[in-house]
Design a protein. Structure first.
Length: 343
């Protein structure tokens, strides 16, 4: 198959390298010229769980795109979806599709750019990180589902599933949004841990904050319910167990322990924390938490704690607040105030 991968960082690089190794025709598209130059000269190298170097058909900037594109894998940060797809949309042929390999509800931006009928959705838990120009670390393996936005598994989903199986086991799903929303629920915990300068394991081991983490998941679950999506267990993490009704302390501990075990021992902090602490750049809070809050508002659902996490991260992005355990206390305080103001 022919693939155009938009975003040659961690997810795009790991996926593309395995597709190339399996014999597929892959073109990487990225805006980081130094990264592209290194790939052109030395190929793309994966380390960690995968040890290989591959040479794509091409490694180009967005202005160099030409049709046909084949199957497009959108693997850019959710902040950049619309801009990244601007040069793609006019070139995409009627029988070509874009697979959103992104977090949150970014698939909606993909659908807005190229049409819902040409948009597929991926839900996955493998990961890694960009290490240096031409080098990506493959950090973790996990589940992998793809599917149509709605409806049964189609032949195009099955064909793509077979190709992506070169990376790891891939399931063609008729309820991929259930997986995606469960991942969004898990991400609500990730955003909260990014407020503290400590490993995720240490943060989630503190029972003092177990109620906060569970309540964040419960807020997302309420929005999923309102959109008609049924949440499912995701690699041992069951967001349904953290709903306020019938919740037990044991279920909360199990869910948070599952999140802790999903992390690579060599990378015990989230990409959100890395964006704030290392790269000193905006996180994906706006397109992920901001959009989630907007979805809730449209349906009359309050998300006081999620809104508070979003506010605190925004303050950290703009240098008005640093990392601190007290940030979690502040989220709880603001959450109470928002709830009281709403009545």
């Amino acid at each position: 198959m022919r693939f155009t991968i938009v975003g040659a960082g961690a997810i795009g690089g790991i996926t593309g390298a395995h597709l190339i190794q399996a014999g597929h025709d892959v073109t990487f598209v990225d805006s980081a010229e130094e990264h592209l130059a290194a790939i052109r000269v030395n190929g793309l190298t994966l380390t960690g769980l995968s040890e290989l170097t591959v040479r794509p058909q091409a490694a180009i900037g967005p202005s160099e795109l030409r049709a046909p594109l084949g199957t497009v894998l959108c693997a850019v940060k959710t902040l950049h979806t619309t801009a990244a797809l601007a040069p793609i949309a006019p070139l995409l042929r009627p029988d070509e599709v874009v697979l959103s390999m992104q977090n949150g509800l970014a698939y909606k931006d993909v659908a807005a750019a190229v049409g819902a009928d040409r948009t597929l959705v991926a839900c996955f838990s493998f990961g890694g990180h960009y290490e240096a120009p031409g080098r990506v670390v493959h950090g973790t393996r996990g589940g992998f589902q793809i599917g149509e936005i709605q409806g049964p598994v189609t032949p195009r989903v099955s064909r793509l599933r077979d190709a992506l199986a070169s990376l790891q086991e891939c399931v063609a799903s008729d309820h991929v949004l259930s997986c995606l929303w469960s991942k969004i629920a898990m991400a609500s915990v990730f955003f909260a841990t990014a407020l503290v300068d400590a490993d995720v394991k240490e943060i989630l081991s503190r029972e003092r904050y177990h109620g906060l983490m569970a309540d964040l998941v419960a807020e997302t679950a309420a929005v999923a319910d309102a959109t008609g999506v049924r949440l499912i267990a995701l690699h041992g993490f069951d967001p349904n167990a953290l709903r306020r009704e019938g919740r037990s302390a044991a279920a909360v501990r199990l869910a948070l322990d599952t999140i802790t075990r999903s992390f690579n021992p060599r990378q015990q902090r989230t990409g959100i924390w890395i964006d704030l602490a290392v790269r000193k750049r905006k996180t994906e809070a706006e397109p992920q938490l901001g959009r989630l809050i907007a979805e809730a508002t449209e349906r009359g659902i309050a998300m006081p704690l999620t809104r508070a996490v979003y506010e605190v991260i925004t303050e950290m992005e703009t240098g008005r607040r640093g990392f601190a355990w007290e940030n979690l206390d502040e989220v709880e305080r603001r959450g109470r105030e928002l709830s009281e103001a709403r009545g």
